[in-house]
Design a protein around this ligand. Sequence first.
Ligand SMILES: [Ca+2]
Length: 300
Amino acid sequence: MTLTTPPPTETSAPRPRRRRRRWLTLGIPAGILVIVLVITGVWWFTGFSFLTPKYGDDEALFDDFDGPAGSKPNSAFWSIQTGGGGWGNNELQEYTEDAVALDGEGNLVITATIPADGGTPTSGRITSHNKWSFSFGQLSARVKLPEAQGLLPAFWLLGDNIDRVGWPNAGEVDIIETPNDTSRSRHHLHGPIGWTEHWSLNQGVDMPAPLADDYHVYTVEKQPGRIIIAIDDQVVWDVEEWDVPLTGRWVFDEPTHVLFSLAVGGNWPGDPDATTPEVNKMLIDWMAYTPADQTETIAP
Ligand SMILES: [Ca+2]
């Protein structure tokens, strides 16, 4: 028996240099492009926030708005936003520093002034943007809302990434809003579909008495995939991720900051009229935050 061994195969000839060069000229830019796209994508979605510890989530907070009459709320926590231009809703007011002040009796007061001569109304808006925010837990404020035609007081949240991704991608949670009339509470979630489209979920509850008659405690509780809103510890809305319209994104598990504002006129409430007082005040007695692990859920 003889064994025949096949002749050794020739090693394949080296590839032409030209081909290798073409791969280099195509491959390197493509690789760089992929890396740039990945980095841009991570920046877009997270702002690299995972590199820095999230602030606000592990410490309880209480702002009683104590201070001398006429002084400003704590600037370590609050910024006063100013300016006109309609704020995206054709609102009439110009937000000013002067419209936001402590009253010396433990309240933060936002004053909307509507000149009888038809001049530009002034009002106030404050935000904790870039100073304090939270992802999960309970946030409450004890507030006396104003009520009059053309007024839109609001206690609300915006996603911290608003400057980067814009609205509605950042998400908006309206804990309480009462256009014109406080006999019915209004609550909204606004989020994105794709990159430019907008979805909203809306809730309204008839109140036993106008909310403007007294102070009430308005609470939002954020859990992963769930938002609960309560007035005086009574749950008025309990929304979960799967309530979002199909293809809409739930963006509320990200850090959100707080705003209080008193808008005048615009698309939703319409303009003030002869029944609207010249001076209108939104009073905020306190605001409190309790981290999720330091409290029980407000929902039954
Ligand atoms: Ca107070």
